[in-house]
Design a protein around this ligand. Structure first.
Ligand code: FES
Length: 177
């Protein structure tokens, strides 16, 4: 049976995966499963977590909603408003900037006609500058979901990357298969 609270409803597959994570921890320590459950929630609900979804996560874990909000708002990997199909998480920390990250961000803005935090009119891309992604020797670089795209150091490489992404479908999480 799928879980519901207000309008929020996780699929049976998602609930099974959530329960699997919760089962890794002793009774009373279920909050330790919060991060993976937020990832599941984000995958379930269009790539972002609304306050209602976070409330549902709190309900499942039997913790206060604020305990979910404070985690979801701390980590940049969680999106707190609707996003495009591909969220371009561009590293803008020092080493990548030395290799041209600022110029890449400016080119993305110009080519997609969006500013930071915005989504293209066709819903394809969201631009989201973030801090160091631990690929400092391969900048300028960006992350889309769990994958890194590195050394995008020319307009030609950026064009090729954007074209490739337009035709790319995301991997289905294993728990959804
Ligand atoms: S500075 Fe860009 S990945 Fe570390």
């Amino acid at each position: 049976m799928a879980e519901t609270i207000n309008e929020v409803k996780f699929s049976d597959a998602a609930m099974a995966e959530i329960q699997r994570y919760i089962s890794h921890y002793p009774e009373g320590r279920q909050k330790s499963a919060l991060l993976p459950i937020l990832h599941i929630a984000q995958a379930e609900f269009g790539g972002w977590v609304s306050p209602e979804v976070m409330d549902k996560v709190a309900d499942i874990l039997n913790i206060k909603p604020i305990e979910v909000y404070e985690v979801a708002t701390f980590y940049t990997m969680f999106n707190l408003k609707p996003v495009g199909k591909h969220v371009l998480e561009v590293c803008r920390t020092g080493p990548c900037c030395l290799r041209g990250a600022d110029q890449m961000i400016d080119m993305i803005k110009q080519k997609l006609n969006i500013e930071e935090g915005e989504t293209t009119a066709d819903g394809m891309f969201t631009l989201k500058p973030v801090e160091c992604l631990a690929s400092c020797g391969s900048g300028p670089m960006l992350q889309v979901r769990e994958l890194y795209y590195e050394n995008i150091d020319s307009e030609e490489k950026l064009d090729a990357f954007l074209e490739m992404m337009r035709n790319k479908e995301h991997e289905t999480p294993t728990w959804k298969k």
